[in-house]
Structures are given as structure tokens and as C-alpha cells.
Design a binder for this molecule. Structure first.
Ligand SMILES: N[C@@H](CCC(=O)N[C@@H](CS)C(=O)NCC(=O)O)C(=O)O
Length: 198
């Protein structure tokens, strides 16, 4: 199994999970740009030339970070509730919420703030923060009650939700959300999280 990866991409959440699971995998370091993500070789692995992607043991190429997390958590059991249970439903809920609701304003904030100072548009930045505040509020309520997104135990869903929220926290988006800020700290302190960002 080979993870197509670079440490400045969403591939870190997948590598974090692989480390949590103790899986054996290879890393294919792919730079952004014509010689990496845009190369013909990488376009055969990911049709949009993005990261992450995974070449599975049988040679199948897979992409979309949340799908890779769901697949790997089934392939190496231990970090996902049993299929067909309501706990599994809640697990899907938070994985999908992580990418469908939380991630868009975080990515927008990232792109709005990484331009030179004179090109920054305060209204665009404020809108991304306000959009994040709306979707972060339900997560703040959950994390005020327990340490991880599904409860007392860490799960693969934390690699998605925590992957997005550690990114938001690093950019200073979580100041109004003490429980999320503390959660981001717990995620970042995990040895597998650190190994997943080399
Ligand atoms: N929804 C995709 C997003 C993938 C994505 O946008 N990856 C970025 C890095 S985090 C990328 O490869 N960008 C390169 C590009 O767009 O050229 C996922 O979660 O896997």
C-alpha cells in the first residue's frame, strides 16, 4: 500500500490514521506542481492531480481523504464502530460533516489569508470566519462534553474532524471555541499525529 503524500496537504490526516492503526505502508512524496501533482504519472493516480491518493495493495488507485480514512479504518479494525450500529451512523455523520461543512470555510480562510498583506480582503476573511463559526458551534458543544468527537475514545473520525480543526486552530480561527482549541491541542499531542506529518 502506498500513500501519495506531502506534508503540506490533506494527506497528513490519512498518514495520521495509518500511524494510529499501526499499518505498514510506503510513502510516495509528491511535490505540488508540474513535476509532481500535475505530472502524467500522478494524474493516473488522481484525476484532478491532487493529494492525497492511495495505491491499495492490489494496485487500485483511490482518492478523497475522507474516503481513504473510511476505507483504511475498515481494512485495519479498531478505530471505527461496527457497521449497522447507530454509533457507526454517528461516525459517518462526523466524517462527512468534517469535509462537507467544516472544511469549506477553513480552506476559504486559508486562501483568503495566504496572499500578500496588501491583497487581503477583510470582508472575505470575515465571511470565512463567520461561516466557520456557524458550523463549528455544534462541534464545540460536543467537545465540551467529551474529549473526542465520538465520545471518550479516539476514533478514525477524529483524523478527519481533528485534521480540519487543527488546521483551523493553527490559523487562529478557534479563539471563540475553547473546547475545539483544547481538542486541537489533544490531537496535535498524539504521537501518531506527529509521525503523520513528517
Ligand atoms: N477533497 C479532496 C481535496 C484534495 C485537495 O484539494 N488537495 C490539495 C492539497 S490539500 C491539492 O492536492 N491541491 C493541489 C492542486 O489543487 O493543484 C480531499 O479531501 O482529498
Amino acid at each position: 500500500m502506498r500513500l501519495h503524500y506531502n506534508k503540506f496537504s490533506r494527506a497528513t490526516r490519512v498518514r495520521w490514521l495509518l500511524e494510529e492503526l499501526g499499518a505498514t505502508y510506503e510513502i510516495n512524496e509528491v511535490a505540488f506542481g508540474p513535476d509532481g501533482t500535475r505530472s502524467m504519472a500522478h494524474l493516473e493516480v488522481h484525476p484532478l492531480g491532487k493529494l492525497p491518493a492511495l495505491t491499495d495493495d492490489d494496485g487500485t488507485h483511490l482518492f478523497e481523504s475522507s474516503a481513504l480514512v473510511l476505507h483504511l479504518a475498515d481494512k485495519y479494525p479498531g478505530l471505527a464502530p461496527a457497521p449497522g450500529t447507530s454509533a457507526r451512523g454517528r461516525y459517518y455523520q462526523w466524517v462527512v460533516y468534517g469535509v462537507a461543512e467544516l472544511e469549506a470555510p477553513v480552506a476559504e480562510f486559508f486562501f483568503a489569508t495566504r496572499v500578500p498583506e496588501e491583497q487581503k480582503d477583510p470582508a472575505r476573511i470575515a465571511k470565512a470566519q463567520a461561516d466557520f463559526d456557524k458550523v463549528a458551534a455544534p462541534v464545540e458543544a460536543v467537545l465540551a462534553r467529551h474529549d473526542w468527537i465520538l465520545g471518550a475514545e479516539f476514533s478514525a473520525a477524529d483524523c478527519v474532524v481533528g485534521g480540519v480543526l487543527t488546521w483551523a486552530d493553527r490559523m487562529g480561527m478557534c479563539e471563540k471555541f475553547p473546547a475545539i482549541h483544547a481538542y486541537a491541542g489533544r490531537c496535535a499531542a498524539r504521537p501518531a499525529f506527529k509521525r503523520g506529518r513528517q
